[in-house]
Design a protein around this ligand. Structure first.
Ligand code: PFF
Length: 447
């Protein structure tokens, strides 16, 4: 048993900033817009929102509750609740999942720093679309440059986590999140007001429900998990630092709502600009790194907007990676009784090695593949398609079926203080809809 009082977030706002910070990341700015572009615009958005609120919200609430109830890290929280270690594997799997996610995520974080640098030194200007594309591939397949950037990013990340929950994570999130929100709103207004920008909004908001196929549902659910940082114990870890008087259900709703809002604002920023300049909207991962510099080149004041956009990307990525590092740091330092600072540094070294592997797998190690995938894609697919869905199902079964009803409801209602009208609805979602929906999608994927 721990004798020291467990760290906690200092205020409700601080918690919200950190949890939204974890959720809002490359998933919203880099991945959501291209998934939307490739999967039929508005139809994808609707399916996405359904997944976020009907599966994401109950799951997030459950993760918060398990963390706060268990008052420990991603693994021991389970044992603290039921008195035996039988379900701790969920947390261990979660920590491994987070480690693999940050392994490939950090590579793209490094790219965001390179692109801030390129934007500041005005390197996009004068490049044709083809040249922008060539420079992106020569940079990402290069050896040293991406590695140096990702190491710099991880060092900044580590310094914040070493600072602790309140002084490091909460303080950083409280400064960066309002800044991030302001940048995205300003960029969105700028983009919509471009001549022809409204065409982009039409593309976004014209429903074509024929586009909804099982594979679209699959992508939407995977995206919701990733974007809400679910299924790997990240929200569980943050929940363990939450105070007893916080309203878990409302907070989870606010996090899902803000994350979805920011994803929509990102799409409303990118598509109007892309349409205004007559560029193909269905580009994949290169949308942000090739298409957008091309957009900035052609738009008035593009130099300034370009810098602002890539700063936005880096900030969003950073508030997500601190939550990932926190999951592993809390787990290792508590389970193995190690010093927190040393653990964060050691973990960062391990992450850097994985990330370097992922980065090289796009270039010189490209021929080494497993199941036809390089290391970067392998980590991405293995976590998104296997570990996160298993984690999601396991948490819903644990909290919905294994934890007894009285303890569950006592935690959700703050020992009966809160009267929750949605309790029945939530329990129904948690016990039946969440596991069955994930299982259906998971089975479909495996087949
Ligand atoms: N939610 C983050 C994003 O949308 O970019 C990604 C993420 C953060 C995944 C934290 C996992 C995690 F533990």
């Amino acid at each position: 048993m721990e004798k020291k009082k467990r760290a906690s977030f200092g205020s409700k706002l601080g918690f919200l900033a950190a949890a939204v910070g974890s959720a809002v990341g490359l998933g919203n700015i880099w991945r959501f817009p291209y998934e939307l572009g490739q999967n039929g615009g508005f139809a994808f958005l609707i399916v996405y929102l359904l997944c976020a609120f009907l599966i994401g919200w109950p799951l997030m609430l459950s993760e918060f509750a398990v963390g706060r109830m268990g008052q420990s890290n991603v693994s021991s929280s389970f044992a603290n609740i039921i008195g035996n270690k039988r379900w701790n594997w969920i947390g261990i799997m979660g920590a491994v999942c987070v480690l693999l996610v940050i392994g490939f995520y950090a590579v793209v974080c490094g790219w965001s720093l390179e692109y801030i640098y390129q934007a500041i030194t005005n390197q996009f200007s004068g490049q044709s679309p083809q040249e922008l594309s060539d420079s992106f591939s020569s940079f990402t397949t290069g050896t040293w440059r991406p590695i140096l950037w990702l190491i710099l990013f991880l060092v900044i990340n580590c310094a914040i986590v070493v600072g602790g929950v309140q002084e490091g994570i909460e303080r950083t999130s409280k400064v960066l999140m309002p800044f991030l929100f302001t940048i995205i709103v300003v960029l969105c207004i700028r983009s919509i007001s471009l001549p022809g920008g409204l065409e982009g909004l039409k593309f976004l908001f014209s429903p074509d429900f024929s586009k909804i196929t099982p594979s679209v549902v699959l992508s939407a659910m995977g995206q919701a998990f990733f974007s809400l940082s679910l299924g790997m114990g990240c929200m569980l870890t943050y929940g363990s630092y939450m105070r007893k008087e916080n309203h878990l259900g409302k907070t989870a709703f606010e996090v899902v709502g803000m994350d979805s809002l920011i994803s929509i604002l990102c799409a409303m920023t990118i598509f109007p600009a892309v349409f205004a300049l007559g560029i193909d909207p269905s580009k994949g991962p290169e949308l942000v790194f090739i298409t957008l510099p091309n957009v900035f080149n052609q738009m008035p004041g593009g130099y300034f907007w370009g810098i602002l956009f890539f700063i936005l990307l880096a900030i969003a990525a950073l508030t997500s990676t601190i939550s990932m590092l926190e999951v592993i740091t809390a787990y290792v330092s508590e389970e193995w009784k190690l010093n927190r600072k040393a653990t964060a540094i050691g973990t960062t070294v391990l992450i850097a090695l994985l990330a370097i592997g992922c980065s090289l797998s796009m270039g010189v190690w490209n021929e080494y593949t497993v199941l036809g995938m390089n290391l970067f894609d392998l980590f991405d697919n293995f976590t998104a398609k296997i570990l996160m869905p298993i984690g999601g199902i396991a948490i819903s079964i644990f909290f919905g079926w294994i934890v007894d009803r009285k303890s569950r409801e006592a935690e959700l209602t703050n020992e009966g203080v809160l009267k929750l009208k949605y309790l029945k609805f939530y329990t129904f979602l948690l016990k039946y809809i969440v596991p069955l929906a994930i299982l259906a999608v998971f089975a479909d994927q495996l087949i």
